[in-house]
Design a protein around this ligand. Structure first.
Ligand code: ADP
Ligand code: MG
Length: 259
């Protein structure tokens, strides 16, 4: 329902708000030939939206996400936020949060220490009390109320990813970039957590670019899905619209829609 409403609602500020990636190209030099990992991609994540970037392994999803984050230089193209060019702005000044497949939690800090990590220098970081309050709020949001003093080594895989999500959201990033955040979990847990991640992002009011190779996961979390194949974004649509009209045979086949 939400997608239908969003798709038809007038958005006069569409060009200027949120994230815009224009003509992005990422190329890796090789010994004999270079790899064109991201081939002239133009894409937007609009205010309040969760956009899934969905495609098979090796199609360039992580390269594009890393370019948006500022972790990967682009051979061509621009990254803009609210119309402002960020292409040459360093990673830590873009105001984006990051979450990866392996949550990369700090093993020597407890759960609360991990979630508090990014709070220094933010409005939540001024005092010990304000940090503790934000940590408690985030742990509650991801369903880990009371886990603050737990050691990282005692967490299950799903719990560890919940902590990673809480840590990424704590400083209130204007955009969260997630790269296969649930891919190391088994399918049942992945399905359960995908629904939870979708809820958490909406409750936190955080826009997100969510990379995954799993279409069920993409459909569970996203307002719109961008399908990427061979370095190019081939189709961007809401889940229902995408299933009804995948656009071409290759996208249909990747989505398992047959022909
Ligand atoms: P995905 O995340 O969709 O699996 P990637 O962005 O990781 O895809 O990779 C896209 C292509 O770029 C692949 O062919 C991959 O081998 C290549 N690639 C990715 N990272 C590098 C790198 N650091 N150096 C060289 N080639 C790379
Ligand atoms: Mg990847």
């Amino acid at each position: 329902m939400r997608n239908d409403v969003e798709a038809t609602a007038p958005r006069p500020d569409r060009m200027g708000s949120g994230l815009r990636v224009e003509d992005a190209t990422v190329r890796y030099p090789g010994r004999t030939a270079s790899t064109l990992a991201v081939d002239d991609v133009t894409l937007g994540v609009e205010a309040g939206e969760v956009l899934a970037l969905l495609g098979p392994s090796g199609c360039g999803k992580s390269s594009l996400l890393r370019a948006v984050a500022g972790l990967e230089p682009m051979a061509a193209g621009r990254v803009l936020w609210g119309g402002v060019d960020l292409t040459r702005v360093p990673v830590h000044r873009r105001g984006f949060g990051l979450m990866f497949q392996d949550g990369q939690l700090f093993p020597h800090r407890d759960v609360a220490g991990n979630v508090a990590y990014g709070l220094r220098g933010t409005s939540f970081g001024a005092t010990r009390a304000s940090r503790a309050e934000r940590v408690a709020e985030m742990l509650d949001l991801v369903g880990l109320d009371g886990f603050g003093a737990r050691s990282i080594s005692t967490l299950s895989g799903g719990q560890a990813q919940r902590v990673a999500l809480a840590r990424a959201l704590a400083p209130q990033p204007r955009l969260l970039l997630l790269d296969e955040p649930l891919s190391s979990l088994d399918r049942r847990l992945r399905e359960e957590l995908a629904v939870d991640v979708a809820r958490v992002l909406r409750e936190a009011g955080t826009m997100a670019l969510y990379v995954t190779h799993d279409h069920d996961e993409a459909f569970a979390v996203a307002d719109r899905v961008a399908v990427m194949i061979d370095g190019r974004v081939r189709r961007v649509a809401g889940p229902a619209e995408l299933v009804a009209d995948p656009g071409d045979a290759e996208v249909a086949e990747f989505l398992g829609l047959g022909s």
